[in-house]
Write a protein that binds this ligand. Sequence first.
Ligand SMILES: Cc1cc2nc3c(=O)[nH]c(=O)nc-3n(C[C@H](O)[C@H](O)[C@H](O)COP(=O)(O)OP(=O)(O)OC[C@H]3O[C@@H](n4cnc5c(N)ncnc54)[C@H](O)[C@@H]3O)c2cc1C
Length: 425
Amino acid sequence: MTTSALWLSNDFSESPTSSPGQCHTKPTLLSASAASNSKNHFCIKCVDGTRVVPYNVPCRKDQLLRLKKEKFDVLVIGGGASGSGIALDASMRGLSVAMVEREDFCSGTSSRSTKLIHGGIRYLENAFKNLDPKEYDLVKEALRERKHMLEAAPYMNKPFPIMIPMFWKNWYDIFLLPYYYVGAKCYDFVAGSGKAVPGSSFMSADEAKFQFPMLDDNNLLGAIIYYDGQMNDSRMGLHLALTATQAGAAICSCVKVQSLIHDKKTKKIVGAKVKDTEESKTFQIDARVVINATGPFSDAIRKMDDPSVKNIIKGAAGVHIVLPDHYSPSKMGLIIPSTSDGRVLFFLPWENGTIAGTTDSSPELTMQPRATSEDIGFILEEGESHSVFACLDEYENTRAGSREMVADIMATFTSSTKPNIIPHT
Ligand SMILES: Cc1cc2nc3c(=O)[nH]c(=O)nc-3n(C[C@H](O)[C@H](O)[C@H](O)COP(=O)(O)OP(=O)(O)OC[C@H]3O[C@@H](n4cnc5c(N)ncnc54)[C@H](O)[C@@H]3O)c2cc1C
């Protein structure tokens, strides 16, 4: 596979650990200034002044050879968004990194998300309601990450306006409008001045109906528009993985970890036995640290280390149905903040269609989770009962994903002193 230079953002150039000389392998990722000075690399200068280095991703055969021969500082299990991010981060810090994914990169939860880059407007509400500084800090950090993602990869991530329609069904609904307006303004405030997205605003009922023609305008008071980001989740994850190879990591898909290898004397983890499912061959990867980044499947890896550990992952699925594109304008999403059971329902434009769905539905921990008829019925009924759409009977497709929620982090430490990230130095 060939690709042009991957993600040479300013953050890399500013990173104190990004010096190519620190890497164990031969990195070709250069900071902008290093790239401009390099005699060995042909650089392309972009209109915004950024310099990129054309880069050929190494072939699978070469990556497999490295996995078999080298001894790595870090072995990452799982090539989703988390694993790819860890592989990139560790490589940029000068560590030698291996990453294996049993299916295709980002084919798990990381391609089944709602595609939102969000700081968590609902978490901010909780933070204020519960006076919880930790939740507040979490939102602030996520908003910082949102800004970074929008600025580092604008070709696949974009600022994204989301409408919250306000209906007058009960007398007290009149208070909801200022409540949500102030909430959206607080969200802007927490994001700070350089937030990379426009500020929130009020939209009249007429304008809301114009933007969302499928919106039922009975009792419509108006709408609050706030901004988050929209991303291409699997493309973003794949970029992280490929950029990690540019920084020296050896990564491979269709390589499944079958068991962990323990040092006979110290009993510490020193690698993993893996199976190349393309060739049906097994081999071993040696590493000083093994990181479990298998998301909803983390317990299975933890049990390879110690079969007696308690499960800590509580699966939480989410379901999307795909509706025709006329259910949403091409550049704006819509969210119903509170459905009959308290969940959020959203309608978002995505690749010539509209994805409608909710999170936190019935969990089913498989690689290919499916939407149940209850899930689909819930989305269709809620859409109608909230007077959002006059008719919702034409869905084309469904998709579902499971995500990991850590049910009891302390359970990790009760029968074993090793944390979920399994270290060995
Ligand atoms: C319905 C839904 C909507 C979401 N919406 C959003 C959103 O809008 N915005 C957002 O930021 N986040 C969202 N999320 C959360 C986000 O998708 C996840 O946090 C993220 O994808 C988790 O990535 P991960 O790498 O941890 O897990 P995964 O993507 O599941 O990756 C784990 C990988 O490990 C691999 N693996 C498992 N066992 C092995 C093994 N033995 N050997 C090798 N590999 C193995 C799996 O094949 C898998 O690819 C959503 C999640 C869901 C479920």
